[in-house]
Design a protein around this ligand. Sequence first.
Ligand SMILES: Cc1cc2nc3c(=O)[nH]c(=O)nc-3n(C[C@H](O)[C@H](O)[C@H](O)COP(=O)(O)O)c2cc1C
Length: 344
Amino acid sequence: MKTKLFEPFQLGSVTLKNRIVMAPMDMFCVEKEDGFVTDFHVHHYAARAMGQVGMIIVEATAVTPIGRISLNDLGVWSDDYIEGLTRIAKAIKDNGSVAAIQLNHAGRKSTVKEDIIAPSAVPFDENSKVPAEMTVEQIKETIQAFQDAAVRVKKAGFDVIQLHGAHGYLISQFLSPLANKREDEYGGTLENRFRFLRESIEAVKVVWNGPLMVRVSATDYLPEGATIEDHIQYAKWMKELGVDLVDVSSGGVALAKIDVFPGYQVPLSEQIKHGANVPTGTVGFITNGTQAEEILQKDQADLICLGRELLRDPYWAYRAALELGEEIEAPYQYKRGWVYPKKR
Ligand SMILES: Cc1cc2nc3c(=O)[nH]c(=O)nc-3n(C[C@H](O)[C@H](O)[C@H](O)COP(=O)(O)O)c2cc1C
């Protein structure tokens, strides 16, 4: 059987050898709270590349020190980070995968010791720090930080950039009426709430001509929050701006009850894919090859992003190939001992 899961995918100028993507997952493990890449990061991502994942999205990497989710996040706020990030990009590419990286600012969800900033002075919950409302100057500086980060990850050799617009971090805070109470041109209407992301995309594209993805939370799961309809419009605008793929997640802007079950976010991906006519990735409780293949065959997404299942099994792609009766390449160093799964 020729499956879609093992068909190549063209992401802008870059070809993925299959539709299997490692979702960004913060390992919260820098050693000295300094944002630097460790040996662990290099081995961790190389293992998934050897496991024949088509594209690896390196975890949320902070564009400014107060943009860190935690003190243990990777950083990219100065040129000092290029060397370590180069090690990760090289390890991924040397092992045949496409190297993507997620650029993030945590906004009001940052847990650093310093004062934090957000679109409005509204804390995430009663236990969270109250952020300072960003001045327009701070907005411009933060957009500049995303642009500077793009320059650095380009120097580090990454093939693809993902902007983190999901899970209630800064971009997502601007997009959601629950966190964005601004009365200036960055808040209020849908167009105004999109402005921070629009300007960030435009700024990145000045220095970056490779593929660009944005991860979004396509619903806040609350009546007053951002809805899937809002996100279909956001996705249309992103497409106009030259975003190559929208990676569709959900939730995280505010506490809400979410019913989680296998593939629970797939319908959100499907609605954005067809509503905005843009390629999408889907993520969330996808654990086996048959499930992944069904999503692709039903045209509900273009890419299958796996999080925890790839933590459990870096060689998930081999397992999925066996399950689907597909042929899969091995690292050339394995070739002498390699028999295609279906011939076993
Ligand atoms: C340990 C861990 C760290 C995560 N860190 C990030 C992150 O840095 N950026 C992000 O967008 N999502 C992050 N996520 C969410 C995952 O990318 C993914 O969307 C989520 O785990 C659901 O997919 P899964 O069911 O395949 O794990 C993280 C998830 C886990 C388990």
